[in-house]
Design a protein around this ligand. Structure first.
Ligand SMILES: *[C@@H]1O[C@H](CO)[C@@H](O)[C@H](O)[C@H]1NC(C)=O
Length: 283
C-alpha cells in the first residue's frame, strides 16, 4: 500500500524524478571515485601527472624453469647445481593499468656494465643467476646476457637510475621476501610425488604478506603432448610480489593489475606441483 503510493507518486511527478535522477547520478560518481581512489592507493608512488607506478618483484622456481625447458626441447641446458631457493627473475616497474608494463625506457642511456656489480657478484650469482645456459661452462656469458636484458628492459625504467643501485636494491628486497623460507616455515617443501593445494600456499603466505599483495603463477604442462590442452598439470613457476616504486622495501596491494600471464603461464589453479627434481619428475 505504502509502496504503491510512493511508486505512483514518483511515476507521476516529474520534479521528483529529476531530483532522484540527479541524486542517483551523484551517488554513482561518488562510488566510482571511491573505487578509483581505492585503486590509486594501491600505488603509493603517483607521479603528479597522474601516472602511477609500482614494482613487481618476480621470483622463479628453478626446477619448473628447467622442466619446461626440457619439455620445449630447447637447445639450452640447466645450470648445475640448481639453486634450491627461488631465484630472482627481475624487479619490474609497472604502470597502474593492467598489463601496462613500463619497459625499455630509452631516455636512460646508462648502459649495463658488469664492472659496476663487482661488489655484489657473488650474491648475484646465487640469487639472480640465469638458470638456463647454452652449455656447461657458459654461465658467465648467460648471466651477463640475462642481467643486460633485465637492465635494458626493466632496470632503466626503475627509480634506481644507476646499474649498481638497481641490482643491489633488488638483491636486498629478495632477502626480505624470501618465499622459499616462508614456505619452509609452514612445512611446505618441494616434492615430486604429490600436488599441493593452493589454499595451503595461501595460508603460509598470509602469515607474511597480504592476500592482495602477490600472485602465484604456474606453468602448464600438457600430459598428452605439446599443444594438446587435455588434462594439463600445473607447476609452480613464479611468485610476483608488488612493492613500492620508490621504496621497494614496502609492499603494496595490487590485486588486479599485475601482468605476466600468457604462453602457458597462468594464475595457479587449486592444485599444482612444487617440483623437487625436474629430471626425475614424471607427469
Ligand atoms: C632464503 O631462504 C633459504 C632457506 O632458508 C636460504 O637457503 C636462502 O639462502 C635464502 N635466500 C636469501 C636470498 O636470503
Amino acid at each position: 500500500m505504502c509502496q504503491n503510493f510512493y511508486d505512483s507518486f514518483i511515476r507521476n511527478n516529474k520534479p521528483v524524478q529529476i531530483v532522484l535522477g540527479v541524486f542517483g547520478g551523484m551517488l554513482l560518481m561518488v562510488i566510482l571515485l571511491a573505487i578509483f581512489g581505492a585503486f590509486r592507493s594501491h600505488c603509493d608512488d603517483c607521479d603528479p601527472t597522474t601516472t602511477c607506478y609500482y614494482n613487481v618483484l618476480s621470483q622463479s622456481w628453478p626446477q619448473t624453469k628447467c622442466k619446461m625447458n626440457l619439455v620445449k626441447k630447447s637447445n639450452k641446458v640447466c645450470i648445475e647445481p640448481l639453486a634450491s631457493s627461488f631465484t630472482i627473475h627481475g624487479l619490474w616497474p609497472q604502470l597502474k593499468d593492467k598489463n601496462a608494463i613500463l619497459a625499455n625506457c630509452l631516455d636512460n642511456n646508462n648502459p649495463f656494465d658488469e664492472e659496476k656489480l663487482k661488489d655484489i657478484k657473488e650474491d648475484m650469482k646465487k640469487q639472480w643467476p640465469s638458470v638456463l645456459i647454452a652449455k656447461a661452462g657458459e654461465e658467465d656469458k648467460a648471466n651477463k646476457d640475462f642481467w643486460t636484458h633485465e637492465w635494458d628492459k626493466h632496470g632503466k625504467c626503475s627509480y634506481q637510475k644507476e646499474v649498481e643501485d638497481y641490482f643491489k636494491k633488488t638483491l636486498e628486497i629478495q632477502k626480505g621476501m624470501n618465499i622459499t623460507q616462508w614456505l619452509l616455515d609452514d612445512q611446505i617443501t618441494p616434492k615430486n610425488d604429490a600436488k599441493y593445494k593452493l589454499t595451503k600456499f595461501k595460508d603460509a603466505i598470509k602469515k607474511k604478506i597480504g592476500e592482495n599483495q602477490y600472485k602465484l603463477r604456474c606453468s602448464t604442462l600438457n600430459k598428452n603432448g605439446e599443444g594438446k590442452n587435455i588434462d594439463p598439470i600445473y607447476l609452480l613457476d613464479e611468485i610476483l610480489i608488488c612493492v613500492s616504486y620508490k621504496n621497494p622495501n614496502s609492499i603494496l596491494d595490487c590485486s588486479e593489475e599485475v601482468p605476466g600471464t600468457g604462453n602457458g603461464i597462468v594464475d595457479c589453479p587449486s592444485e599444482f606441483y612444487y617440483l623437487a627434481d625436474y629430471k626425475s619428475f614424471k607427469a
